[in-house]
Design a binder for this molecule. Structure first.
Ligand code: MG
Length: 163
């Protein structure tokens, strides 16, 4: 059995009047992510961690932000496609751990919904998906609510029953 680890990182700028999506969940907020897609920075970091574990490049390579096909796309579709790709190669997610850095709003009420949503797409138990949130104590661009950043780590496991 082979195992791999991967990490992912993503940042998006925040602007008023845009919907805020994190971990596949719509968050009530006056600020949303500026993006070519729906701006789900948590899913983007997670996709990069999964792709990175298998040295498959990054999300920009697979879903170019210059392509009309991905304009405004629901990032859950991107994660599903990444899972399809790694699944075909015989890999599954062992666990995933995400840290979202955002000054406001408080994300605690949304954490379980994010974990359930991501676990569903990755076809793992919710206990295998961790989502944590932190502020940056008002320091830096996150602290000024100019942007949101997410770090993701995953462990990938080769499926012993693959072919
Ligand atoms: Mg992104």
């Amino acid at each position: 059995m082979d195992i791999r680890i991967g990490n992912g990182y993503d940042v998006h700028a925040l602007a008023p009047g845009l919907p805020l999506w994190l971990g596949g969940v719509r968050i009530e907020s006056g600020l949303g992510c500026v993006a070519h897609s729906d701006g789900d920075v948590a899913i983007h970091a997670l996709c990069d961690a999964i792709l990175g574990a298998l040295a498959l490049g990054d999300i920009g390579k697979h879903f170019p932000d210059t392509s009309d096909e991905f304009k405004g796309i629901d990032s859950k579709i991107l994660l599903a496609r990444v899972m399809e790709l790694v699944g075909e190669m015989g890999w599954k997610v062992g666990n995933a751990d995400l840290t979202i850095a955002m000054q406001k709003p408080k994300l605690a009420p949304y954490i379980i919904s994010m974990r359930e949503c991501l676990a569903g797409i990755m076809k793992v138990d919710v206990s295998q998906v961790s989502v944590k949130a932190t502020t940056t104590e008002k320091l830096g661009f996150v602290g000024r609510s100019e942007g949101c950043e997410v770090y993701a780590s995953v462990l990938m496991i080769e499926q012993s029953d693959h072919l």
